[in-house]
Design a protein around this ligand. Structure first.
Ligand SMILES: [Ca+2]
Ligand SMILES: [Ca+2]
Ligand SMILES: [Ca+2]
Ligand SMILES: [Ca+2]
Length: 471
């Protein structure tokens, strides 16, 4: 990207971009002044648009006509946006807002630094979500799992062998993926490099949950945990281009960004599972995007007793809960530490999605994301009773990876539940294998073998009825 910027003679604009990124970390993400995001119609030329409007290209998204533009000095942003919108080459226009890691926004840091991996490997978080049992069925092999986050310590011993080639730093266009500070308070909040470790910590959680998945780092967060809507969307688009089937987004923005919605819509069409952190400010409004978008799995944090974490955002648009308190994972320097946040709950769900997709590699893109959501939600452990005041606002329940990944005998309509809705499918499975396969594509007829004799036939009827009547 840097060569493209130079070719456009946009270095002064880039300098302006760097200055404009000196925004304060805040509860509400601030507008980044003087920037516009445009998507052009197919075949349109950004240079012609820039010439007409006096704009300059600051960044471009690969393989799509989406650009971050620097507005001319002294224009009224609203009027200027309307002028851009009236340009026949322009599909949509939006402003650019800052965006943050929830832990940067909420000011939580890693703690209990340890030189050894014992806590990381043996912590109760893994057993709380049924991970050891789930690993008997799947380790995530063959799945490309993207993380749109900060950099990560590639050389960390616990990450060796887990990182996919082809990672990108979308901030500077380089291949530098490292998780290091720059000694600067990039977001002018009085804290220097407060988000160093975030990406490494997320990577360590993904690597433990889905040990055979390949983790693709897409760096959009700076060392203070700051990014913006354009970069965040660019990270999701890059994940799609790389062929990732799961995208972990432990980042949120309070602005309902058109370009981020665009990226999530494209992910949905491609059957890619985007998992996003709810946010760490114990509120339901303003919500944080993309977690609340329909195409994302929004994750809230609970403690070891499935009680909502005091910091966790919540709301009717959340999809799942997962443990997010004092989660041990990797940090730079080859070390380990605990960190609390919805950012830490999120990769538990992303890793679970990877296990599920490795187990069901036959699921085509057309059903993949919906199936993953259905399986993870319908096998989740109900937690509303233990969270008075938050009923319906913590998602479908707490992640149970074992329940999601193992075979569910009697689930003939493949919704990860066994109930009366399986009766017709069960009868079809017994009567006519071909008709069953046609009516329930990518479901497993073998789940009708309730008596476990290796055959699906009338002898399974009694045990199936018993399973429906079981408490
Ligand atoms: Ca800072
Ligand atoms: Ca910094
Ligand atoms: Ca079912
Ligand atoms: Ca049987």
């Amino acid at each position: 990207m840097s060569s493209r910027l130079s070719a456009l003679g946009a270095l002064p604009a880039l300098f302006a971009l760097l200055l404009s990124r000196q925004v304060h970390a805040a509860d509400i993400d601030p507008l980044i002044p003087d920037q516009a995001i445009v998507r052009l119609i197919p075949g349109a030329d950004i240079n012609a648009v820039n010439t007409r409007h006096g704009t300059a290209t600051l960044r471009a998204i690969a393989n799509r006509p989406i650009y971050l533009l620097d507005m001319p000095d002294g224009v009224d942003p609203e009027i200027f946006r309307d002028q851009l919108r009236d340009d026949p080459d322009v599909n949509y226009v939006d402003f650019n807002y800052a965006s943050e890691a929830p832990e940067a926004r909420g000011r939580t840091f890693f703690f209990n630094v340890m030189p050894v991996p014992d806590q990381y490997q043996t912590q109760a978080v893994w057993s709380a979500i049924g991970l050891p049992q789930a690993h008997q069925h799947s380790n995530g092999g063959g799945v490309l799992l993207a993380m749109v986050d900060g950099g990560l310590e590639i050389a960390h011993p616990a990450l060796a062998g887990h990182i996919a080639p082809g990672g990108q730093n979308l901030i500077d266009g380089s291949a530098n993926l490292e998780d290091v500070g720059d000694g600067q308070d990039n977001d002018s909040d009085g804290l220097v490099d407060e988000a160093v470790g975030h990406g490494t910590h997320i990577a360590g959680i993904l690597a433990h949950v889905a040990p055979q998945a390949a983790i693709l780092p897409l760096v959009v967060l700076d060392s203070d945990g700051l990014t913006d809507n354009f970069l965040l969307a660019a990270g999701v688009f890059a994940a799609l281009d790389a062929g990732a089937v799961v995208v972990n987004v432990s980042i949120g923005t309070t602005y309902d960004s058109k370009v981020l919605e665009d990226a999530l819509d494209e992910a949905e069409l491609a059957g890619v599972v985007v998992v996003a952190a709810a946010g760490n400010l114990n509120r339901s409004a303003p919500p944080e995007y993309p977690a609340v978008l329909a195409a994302a799995l929004g994750v809230v944090s609970v403690d070891g007793a499935d009680v909502k974490s005091s910091f966790s955002n919540f709301g009717a648009l959340m999809d799942l809960a997962a443990p997010g308190e004092a989660v041990y994972s990797t940090i730079p320097g080859g070390q380990y530490a605990a960190w609390s946040g919805t950012s830490m709950a999120t990769p538990l769900v992303s890793g679970a999605a990877a296990l599920l997709l490795a187990r069901h590699a036959d699921w085509p893109a057309s059903i993949r994301a919906v199936r993953v959501t259905t399986y993870l939600q319908n096998t989740a452990v109900a937690i509303d009773a233990g969270n008075p005041g938050f009923a319906g606002q913590l998602g479908a329940g707490r992640l149970d990876v074992d329940a999601a990944v193992r075979d569910i005998l009697g689930d003939l309509n493949c919704d990860a539940r066994v109930n009366v809705l399986d009766i017709n499918a069960f009868v079809l499975a017994i009567e006519d294998a071909a008709a069953y396969a046609a009516a329930h594509p990518f479901c497993d007829r073998g789940l009708a073998d309730l008596n476990g004799d290796g055959m699906v036939n009338v002898l399974d009827i009694g045990p199936f009825v018993d399973s429906l009547l079981a408490p």
